[in-house]
Design a protein around this ligand. Structure first.
Ligand SMILES: [Mg+2]
Length: 452
């Protein structure tokens, strides 16, 4: 790409919220009324206006209240980014990641966990979006084409080097290059397998569950997922309903969203065993490494244990793998510190031979995480066996390059970038509380209140 003198001149932030709670979309045992939200940022440069001027877009996902706190955390990182050379940032996004994690005063709020770490992930991912757009490649392709030594340099091995050293990572990435061209061709042809959670939200009726489960199978999905954990009798009925709807050959995963203690998790999961659940997801606290190991010991190998969407960093993933606590590792594109940390987690999973089935859904999580799985397939593990990316059919219309599903598969993105860019009109409409939708909604509430 052509060198430039451009620098980052602004980090614009947006508190974007969608009123999903009104349809019970996204409802589960721990999150009964989520308003899917994005703490969103745009990196703007001082390059001359015109088609050559490129922005980096990034976000992290929240479920409503607190999205303003998340936006404030992103804004706290602004001084690290303003004035940086665009060329240098794109040539080495890992160096910015290390600078953000290394801000000692902000580090106190973590370290490397929670709101501050998610903010770092949003900013780092925006830089990767910028880098991929400048390289005129979708992110998965930029990663798959990259020199293994450069990729290794993008990863922070602190606290994981006892299990995954830079030399180990280099070895895995070099091995992953073998056959990459054939796999890339296959990926472009058939896509990457997905599974759908759309039928299984807790707030849906049995009729809606049946209809959506049958539609999923007709659409080519070979796995669906059901939310469980609020009421056992309901779960037995819903699981029976779902199994009847899809037949014996479709995998049904169940997801408790951290609802249980370890003992309850074991009992409840066993009680659903007659309906052949494929995995139990987030049976207990995402911090409870040994608890997950105990659940796996008790319900496996018939039922697999999956977790990761709330795992806060590579260090906890390292321990989950060391402890033999999971069968399925679920990365999330927007919870940890961005692409570099997710590369570390993919490499850890590859080293342990544990399949990665990413968490997605929410706002834009499908758009982001598909790039990481596609990279993993083309240039790291080289397989999609027992690997599926979660798919939820909400809110894709707000993105300029939405995911495209075909026969239950994610189609490989072709547009340059990380698929993170939201339409300007969507941002304008759903910015909280002053965007068109929320302003009208709040005004209506005031009118209703006055009439009552
Ligand atoms: Mg889940």
């Amino acid at each position: 790409m052509t060198p430039t003198t451009a620098r980052i001149k602004a980090v614009d932030t947006y508190d974007i919220r969608f009123p999903t709670s009104r349809e019970l979309d996204g409802s589960d045992a721990m999150n009964p009324d989520p308003d899917y939200s994005a703490a969103y940022l745009i990196l703007r440069t001082d390059a001359p206006e015109g088609p050559g001027r490129i922005e980096g877009h990034g976000f992290t996902f929240t479920i409503g209240r607190g999205n303003d706190v998340q936006v404030a955390a992103i804004e706290a990182l602004r001084p690290h980014v303003i004035g940086r050379s665009v060329d240098e940032l794109c040539a080495d996004p890992g160096s910015l990641g290390r600078a953000l994690v290394g801000d000692s005063q902000l580090r106190w709020l973590g370290p490397e966990k929670g709101v501050m770490h998610m903010a770092i992930g949003a900013v780092v991912n925006a830089v990767w979006d910028l880098a991929a757009k400048r390289a005129e490649k979708p992110l998965w392709k930029l990663l798959a084409d990259a020199d293994p030594e450069w990729l290794v340099a993008q990863i922070d091995f602190r606290y994981i080097a006892d299990v995954l050293s830079p030399a180990d990572a280099l070895h895995l990435l070099r091995a992953g290059k073998q056959g990459a061209a054939e796999r890339e061709a296959k990926l472009r042809e058939t896509g990457y397998p997905g599974y759908t959670t759309s039928p299984g939200w807790l707030g849906y009726s049995d009729e809606k569950l049946t209809r959506l489960a049958q539609e999923a199978v007709a659409d080519g999905f070979t796995q669906i997922k059901l939310k469980v954990g609020a009421d056992l009798a309901d779960d037995v009925r819903r699981m029976r309903t779902a199994r009847a709807a899809v037949g014996p050959d479709i995998r049904i995963a169940i997801d408790a969203n951290q609802r249980w203690n370890v003992g309850e998790a074991i009992e409840w999961t066993r009680a659903l065993g007659d309906f052949d659940p494929y995995w139990i997801e987030e049976p207990t606290s995402p911090d409870d490494v040994l608890g997950h190991a105990a659940v796996r010991e008790a319900v496996g190998p018939d039922i697999k244990v999956a977790t990761g969407e709330h795992v806060q960093n590579r260090i906890i993933f390292k321990q989950l793998l060391q402890a033999g606590a999971l069968d399925v590792l679920q990365i999330d594109a927007a919870r940890v510190g961005g692409v570099g940390e997710n590369l570390a987690i993919l490499l850890l999973a590859a080293k342990f031979g544990v399949p990665v089935c990413p968490h997605a859904g929410g706002v834009g999580l499908c758009e982001l995480v598909q790039h990481l799985s596609m990279f993993d397939y083309v240039a790291l593990t080289g397989t999609t066996e027992d690997r599926v990316i979660e798919y939820v059919d909400h809110l894709h219309q707000h993105f300029t390059d939405p995911v495209v599903m075909r026969r239950g598969h994610y189609t490989a993105p072709t547009a340059p970038g990380f698929s993170a860019t939201m339409h300007a009109e969507s941002i304008a409409e759903f910015t909280y509380p002053d965007g068109r939708f929320w302003a009208a909604d709040l005004a209506a509430q005031i009118t209703e209140g006055a009439g009552a």
